[in-house]
Design a protein. Structure first.
Length: 527
């Protein structure tokens, strides 16, 4: 029996109820024996909360959860690595704060903090707490240590969640920052009374300006040794989860290798440091196994609407250029809510990942991690760059035209649908010329899940777009204030089609002419 922990972030529940658990305790052991104050940044739905829950179980001395045992459901849970080590399994007082609980207003934030502190104050015998959060934190640490004889563990999960949902609201952001600084500021001065501190979030803590007083945190977000601490590596997938791959392959009528390749194309590709260890999105992977279907699961569940709205207000994002964008190490220190430079936002949110590291330049090359994210991001851009005319009904019509083109080769109807689309976004092109037209076409194709290549290299140049369709290959060349015939002529003169001569699928060359005056396609030819 294989049970998948969809939406379950409690380590105790996963173990006692017989769910699959990929053993992260080798890195947990490394962390708790080699240091004290840590910070980890990872995208949403990437296993941070489960890691926090695992740490809580370790410091609460719950060795029983880490040993081998059989659940009441008759499911055998294997022994985990940390149970084989010299860890003493002493019980420490654990103060845990989880800000992923859906706080939307400052009042809700204050109430959550007050309730959480109040519960711990009652537990450790503080009868008359202060009204100031920082004083309450100091007194709580002191009382917990005095009562238990052990130093205190502080775990803070998704510290920036509320701020990510209030991007663009400067006043609210300022208020929440002040609340956090007041609450957690004392952790540095209380260091001698703390056994362990672990804080997680999406954005680097320095960017949010919250932990400026807590500058002793060890940021392991891009440390090679901790690249696999959240998510699922390919080694973990093909060992711990091999039976799940086989079962899904059987249900889908595929071979094991074909199913592994499909999972890799859709959910793999994340890198969190210079080591470039491939990591799979755990949320999507678990959902795919649970639902017995490969689909897009992460994007809608992990994307705050405020983030997409913020991206829409930034300088235009060219998806084709985002693939292979160089980024210096210091670029990741740009403020998360900056409206000038989207790359750090896209990386930390999980839409872009590290594709290459160039040590001689200390430079990272970014790109979309996999098919699921690439398509989901394109769909979101479509929704936010299109005008109000691009409503659900129009998108449905557009998608039907695309499907007719993909399945039956109805190119003429699809280009007519493109004209309707561009007519609905008259502000899009403005004076930005052919390049912006090209970028929008690329984004549209990606949003429909097309196998599309931008700037497709050949021996004599680059084709603007190449569509690899089930029944044919389409090479598209775009001309701005020129003719469709000129576009076709360029395809022929530079031999863009030659590289696909042995593919076996018929090749169609398409020339598109775009008018700066009409801001739309005015002519097209195919041969």
């Amino acid at each position: 029996m294989r049970k998948y922990p969809v939406g379950i972030q409690s380590f105790e529940s996963i173990r006692t109820e017989g769910y699959i658990y990929v053993d992260k305790t080798p890195l947990v052991y490394k962390m708790i024996t080699e240091g004290k104050p840590y910070f980890l940044s990872r995208p949403r739905r990437f296993g941070k909360s489960l890691l926090v829950s695992t740490l809580a179980a370790v410091f609460e001395g719950r060795r029983d959860l880490f040993e081998a045992f059989t659940t009441e459901y008759g499911i055998e849970q294997p022994q985990l690595f940390i149970a084989t080590t010299d860890w003493k399994w002493e019980k420490y007082p654990v103060l845990r704060f989880d800000f992923s609980v859906g706080l939307e207003t400052v009042e809700q934030f204050d109430q959550y903090v007050d309730n959480t502190l109040g519960q711990y104050e009652k537990l450790y015998g503080i009868a008359h707490p202060s009204t100031a959060a920082n004083v309450r934190m100091i007194n709580l640490i002191s009382a917990a240590e005095k009562q238990t004889g052990k130093k205190v563990v502080v775990l803070v999960d998704e510290y920036d969640n509320m701020m990510l949902h209030s991007l663009g609201n400067a006043e609210k952001q300022k208020t929440v920052r002040e609340r956090f600084q007041n609450l957690f500021g004392p952790l540095k001065s209380e260091d001698s009374h703390l056994q362990f501190v672990f804080i997680t979030g999406i954005s680097k803590f320095s960017q949010m300006g919250i932990f400026s007083k807590l500058n002793n945190l060890n940021n392991i977000s891009m440390v090679p040794a901790y690249e696999t601490i959240c998510g699922i590596s390919e080694e973990e997938l093909v060992t711990t989860m091999r039976p799940d791959i086989e079962l899904l392959a059987q249900k889908q009528g595929l071979t094991y290798d074909a199913m592994l390749a499909a999972l890799k194309a859709n959910y793999d590709g994340y890198h969190f440091g210079k080591g470039k260890t491939d990591m799979y999105n755990p949320f999507s992977l678990i959902k795919a196994f649970n639902n017995a279907e490969i689909d897009s699961y992460w994007f809608d569940s992990a994307t705050p609407s405020a983030l997409i709205e913020m991206l829409a207000n930034m300088p235009p994002i060219d998806m084709a250029e985002a693939e292979g964008t160089p980024c210096m190490a210091e670029d990741f220190d740009v403020a998360f809510d900056s409206y000038q430079y989207p790359l750090p936002v896209l990386y930390q949110s999980g839409y872009l990942t590290i594709k290459e590291y160039r040590p001689s330049r200390d430079q990272y090359v970014l790109g979309f991690p996999n098919r699921e994210v690439r398509k989901g991001f394109a769909i979101s851009l479509y929704r936010y760059v299109a005008s109000s005319q691009a409503d659900v009904r129009n998108r449905s019509v557009f998608q039907n035209a695309w499907l007719d083109f993909r399945d039956d080769g109805n190119l003429a109807a699809f280009i007519e649908a493109l004209k309707v689309f561009f007519a609905g976004v008259p502000y899009m092109i403005d004076d930005k010329g052919e390049h912006h037209f090209h970028a929008m076409l690329y984004t549209l194709f990606v949003s429909f899940g097309a196998d599309v290549v931008a700037e497709d290299l050949s021996s004599k140049g680059r084709a603007d777009l190449t569509l690899k369709m089930p029944k044919g290959i389409y090479i598209l060349e775009l001309k701005y204030d020129d003719t469709a015939e000129a576009a076709l002529q360029q395809i022929d003169e530079r031999g863009y089609a030659a590289k696909y001569a042995l593919d076996g699928r018929p090749i169609t060359k398409v020339g598109l002419a775009f008018s700066s005056k009409e801001r739309n396609i005015t002519e097209w030819k195919a041969k």
